[in-house]
Ligand binder design. Structure first.
Ligand SMILES: [Zn+2]
Length: 165
């Protein structure tokens, strides 16, 4: 899913455990894998070389296209942070801490895929296998439908988060 979705859902998950930063972090990381399992749309990365036969051999090539892709991902992550601040409006240090833990934990598994592509060693190999295994194989092709469904998911998760907390 987009990093913005991962960030917001990560914060909603971290908030359940705001009393303990370690639990909060793991809840945010777990939320990443859980929602990746839902069929979804992802924007295309030109620098990504996907190997359908052996997914562990996929790669992101650092070339000219990567600069654009990096810009897309950075925008996506910053959008996630900005929307998280807007939605959750943390007003005390604990709220700010939980928000940062949620954004970082919610997004982290994706940059770790990039680290794996550049450094194919344990524990990254096992993590990549798990990420690939849990990630849906069902892609939503239409970006309009994809964006709509992710916005809906975010809405439902945020609504639950406000009902329970
Ligand atoms: Zn992911």
């Amino acid at each position: 899913m987009t990093l913005a979705t991962h960030a917001i859902v990560g914060v909603a998950s971290a908030r359940l455990f705001s009393f303990n930063p370690v639990f909060a972090f793991f809840a945010a990381v777990a939320s990443h894998f859980l929602i990746d399992a839902i069929p979804h749309w992802d924007y295309h990365l030109k620098s990504a070389k996907t190997n359908e036969e052996d997914p562990l051999q996929s790669d992101i090539v650092v070339n000219r296209d990567f600069i654009i892709d990096f810009g897309k991902m950075a925008f996506d992550a910053i959008l996630g942070l900005a929307l998280s601040i807007l939605i959750f409006q943390p007003s005390d240090p604990l709220g700010i801490q939980t928000l940062i833990i949620g954004v970082v934990g919610g997004i982290l598994p994706d940059p770790l895929q990039f680290v794996y592509y550049k450094f194919r060693h344990e524990p990254l190999i096992s993590l990549q296998k798990f990420h690939y295994w849990i990630h849906t194989k069902q892609k939503i092709e239409s970006w309009q439908m994809g964006v709509f469904l992710q916005a809906l998911l975010v809405f439902v998760v945020v609504a639950c988060s406000f009902i329970f907390l």
